[in-house]
Design a protein around this ligand. Structure first.
Ligand code: SF4
Length: 397
């Protein structure tokens, strides 16, 4: 059932950007807000549903094909309600055309990325929730640049619509297809932009003409550990999958690896993840980038299994992510032998574990491959790397 959001209706203007903010777009508004915006702009309220059917059912924003709208109003309506938010900068393809990474420029020059991936029985789109990221994880290229700004709900929804258009147009190798799965694993920490991500989730999940009508079960929201917002996500009542980017089972290592951990410890994070499972019935994914001699020890795999089993059985799945080998860097791939031991230790402890597919790794498009992109020359990256190396040495001495 469509969920109507409360709160003030965003001021509707003729598309110019509000100071520092993108222009308000049709996809920022819920059904009631759209009708009211129509009336305020001097159109009958039912135009809102007509536009919604073009946008959410047909993924269309071209006035020329909206033949059910009066010819004299079409261009004006589209200009007012569908201001262009994302401008394609370039596409990079990999995996024989089965993966496309797209770089987009936003109204203020900020850049974001999406990755569209075809699998045998589904097409998945990886989207960004922020331009940059303020979480400063030292192994991540995005984190090194800091946060530029939060994306608006419509900037998130537009990534999805444009990904759908690309899949339906046949941009991926093989036949034209439909996007079935969305993962919030691109730029940014989705839960630190919760207000806009929440609105975007409504647009993705609500049935047309309110939203795209995607299955909540096909949507994954990742977090590095915004504990209170994990509970808020559960409050929404969407059975989306929660993916926790854990990368270490102990605070000693996780504190320098994920600075947010000094606010919310591993124990608090895993307790919140378990609560999420209890409230939604959705098995939680634990993402774990395997970094050589840093977090890939057998004893850490055992510690991870113990921490998960302590909180019950059958509620969690671990996805170890192999990094690209980067000789000479402290952020390099675990040896195949270490990967095997890590996985075997988890499996022996009864934890379902699958090495994650790192699709698009040759274009830095895979979420776990961000380390490969770290700007190693930057002072910030060097200092962060030194801090983690020192913490690892101390913890393993
Ligand atoms: S790993 Fe995720 S949360 Fe950490 S800096 Fe990178 S994008 Fe942000």
């Amino acid at each position: 059932m469509p969920i109507v959001e409360s709160g003030p209706i965003p001021q509707f203007t003729m598309a110019p950007a509000r100071k520092g903010k993108p222009p308000t777009h049709f996809a920022d508004l819920d059904s009631a807000q759209r009708k009211q915006a129509m009336k305020e702009q001097g159109y009958p309220a039912f135009r809102a549903d007509q536009l919604a059917r073009h946008y959410f059912e047909r993924h269309e924003t071209d006035a020329a094909v909206m033949s059910d709208l009066p010819a004299a109003q079409r261009t004006q309506l589209v200009a007012e309600f569908f201001p262009p938010l994302l401008h394609k900068v370039r596409d990079l393809t990999a995996d024989h055309g089965n993966t496309i990474k797209s770089v987009w420029r936003l109204f203020d020059g900020a850049m974001i990325e999406t990755v569209l991936m075809r699998y045998p029985n589904r097409a998945t789109l990886c989207i960004s929730s922020q331009a940059g990221c303020g979480m400063a994880c030292p192994f991540c290229a995005t984190g090194q640049g800091g946060l530029t700004r939060n994306l608006s709900a419509a900037e998130i929804v537009e990534q999805v619509r444009l990904g759908m258009v690309a899949a339906e147009r046949g941009d991926l190798a093989g036949e034209a297809t439909r996007v079935t799965n969305i993962v919030f694993m691109g730029m940014g920490e989705p839960l630190s932009n919760w207000r806009q991500v929440r609105i975007a989730l409504h647009r993705l999940i609500e049935p047309p003409p309110s939203g795209f009508g995607l299955s909540a079960r096909g949507i994954t929201v990742s977090t590095v550990g915004m504990v209170p917002l994990i509970d808020k996500l559960a409050d929404e009542g969407f059975p989306v999958t929660l993916a926790v980017s854990l990368h270490a089972p102990d605070d000693e290592l996780r504190n320098p690896l994920i600075p947010l951990n000094s606010r919310f410890s591993v124990a608090q994070l895993l307790d919140a993840a378990r609560r999420y499972f209890e409230r939604t019935g959705r098995r939680v994914s634990i993402e774990y980038a395997l970094i050589r001699d840093m977090n890939d020890h057998k004893w850490r795999a055992q510690m991870l299994a113990d921490e998960l089993n302590k909180r019950g059985r059958g509620w969690v799945h671990v996805n170890p992510i192999p990094l690209n080998p980067t000789p000479g860097s402290i952020w390099t791939a675990s040896t195949p032998q270490a990967q095997r031991v890590f996985v075997d230790t988890l499996v022996a402890a009864g934890i379902p574990t699958t090495i994650r597919d790192t699709r698009g790794s040759d274009i830095d498009g895979a979420c776990g491959q961000l380390a490969a992109e770290v700007k190693r020359g930057s002072d910030r990256a060097k200092k962060a790397a030194q801090a983690v190396a020192a913490a690892v040495k101390e913890a393993t001495a």
